[in-house]
Design a protein around this ligand. Structure first.
Ligand code: FES
Ligand code: FES
Length: 161
């Protein structure tokens, strides 16, 4: 067992975990943050995507020990004061959610994209979500949802992210 400290969605968490436990298991099983989904567990599907120290990672491939001291953002940390994040709203408005299994990871990849590139074109959006597989939507609505937030941002100088 090892002791680790994480800052998850702004909350400091001190935990004692098995050395081989993944960040995905810590989030889901120790912290109850089940918005981060368990899919393939081999880094292929992106369902487990979270943002760690500002970059997206597949949490199934990160050991909890490697994440010691890190800042983690999961889907549960996006909404503020009960208000959905603009990307969450856009996914709903564009019917970009069907079964919803890919949605948390997809949205976090989009958050990361818009933070480093506020005005991506369609190619850049598709590249950014290339590691997030969706079996339901065909991606069109997802791309449209992300695009709509980027366009809104272009026409609105307020910092919406
Ligand atoms: S569960 Fe991590 S990439 Fe599929
Ligand atoms: S909405 Fe079902 S996998 Fe994407």
């Amino acid at each position: 067992m090892i002791n680790i400290k994480l800052t998850v969605n702004g909350n400091i968490c001190k935990l004692t975990v098995p050395v081989k436990m993944t960040l995905l298991d810590v989030l889901r099983e120790q912290l109850g943050l089940t918005g981060t989904k368990r899919g393939c567990e081999i880094g292929e599907c992106g369902a487990c995507t979270v943002i760690m120290n500002g970059k997206t990672v597949n949490s199934c491939l990160v050991l909890a020990a490697q994440a010691d001291g890190a800042k983690i953002l999961t889907i549960e940390g996006l909404a503020e004061n009960g208000k959905l994040h603009p990307l969450q709203k856009a996914f709903l408005e564009h019917d970009a959610v069907q079964c919803g299994f890919c949605t948390p990871g997809m949205i976090l990849s989009a958050v990361s994209l818009l933070e480093r590139n506020p005005h991506p074109d369609e190619y850049e959006i598709r590249q950014a979500i290339a590691g997030n597989l969706c079996r339901c939507t065909g991606y069109k609505q997802i791309v449209e949802a992300i695009k709509s937030v980027a366009i809104k941002r272009k026409h609105d100088d307020s910092n919406i992210l």
